[in-house]
Design a protein around this ligand. Structure first.
Ligand SMILES: Cc1cc2nc3c(=O)[nH]c(=O)nc-3n(C[C@H](O)[C@H](O)[C@H](O)COP(=O)(O)O)c2cc1C
Length: 164
């Protein structure tokens, strides 16, 4: 069974959640942006990001399940993740996002794109209450809640594809 995790993260929250999901699913993890990039980034950084995007897209072909993760930006998914979702070719998808307090249409937009492309969405999970870069800084107890939630989400999604 081929399971992959593709994500966009600017300050590390979505990256942390993606890592937990990937560990739990024994999945390959594929970022499509560079965390440390400032503004539009250098020419070299933009080239690297284009490579990452293409690699994620190629790897998604024929995957049994792709987890797609994004941070929330102005109540929407990151535009690169929207673009990835439009072109992804996996058999099934699960969506997750991180946000502070207003998730807006972040996941529903992606769900709609996938449904138009006839890719079944078997799970959706929001991780709210996270200020930028906050997840790593949280106290052990608080962080544990996010870890457990992400692990449970991964387990439920895997269970669903096992039974199909
Ligand atoms: C430019 C910008 C816009 C944001 N817009 C929203 C928003 O509309 N709603 C919200 O709840 N959080 C918003 N946030 C907070 C992030 O979505 C949140 O901290 C997320 O966990 C960051 O994920 P990352 O660390 O993976 O980049 C915004 C953050 C930034 C920097």
């Amino acid at each position: 069974m081929k399971v992959i995790v593709v994500y966009y993260s600017k300050t590390g929250n979505t990256q942390s959640i993606a890592g937990i999901i990937a560990d739990k699913s024994k999945a390959k993890i594929l970022p499509i942006n560079l965390l440390e990039k400032k503004g539009r980034g250098t020419e070299e950084e933009r080239l690297k990001e284009a490579e990452l995007f293409q690699l994620a897209l190629n790897t998604s072909e024929n995957a049994d399940l792709v987890f797609i993760g994004t941070s929330t930006s102005f109540k929407q998914p990151q535009s690169k993740i929207r673009r990835f979702t439009k072109s992804v070719k996996a058999k099934k998808a699960s969506l997750f996002c991180t946000f502070t307090k207003d998730v807006g249409t972040t996941l529903t937009e992606l769900e709609e794109i996938l449904s138009e492309n006839k890719i079944a969405v078997i799970g959706m999970q929001e991780f709210g209450g996270l200020k930028t870069g906050q997840l790593k800084e949280l106290k052990e107890e608080e962080r544990k809640k996010y870890i457990e939630k992400a692990e449970k989400f991964a387990e439920q999604c895997l269970e669903k594809i096992k039974n199909t």
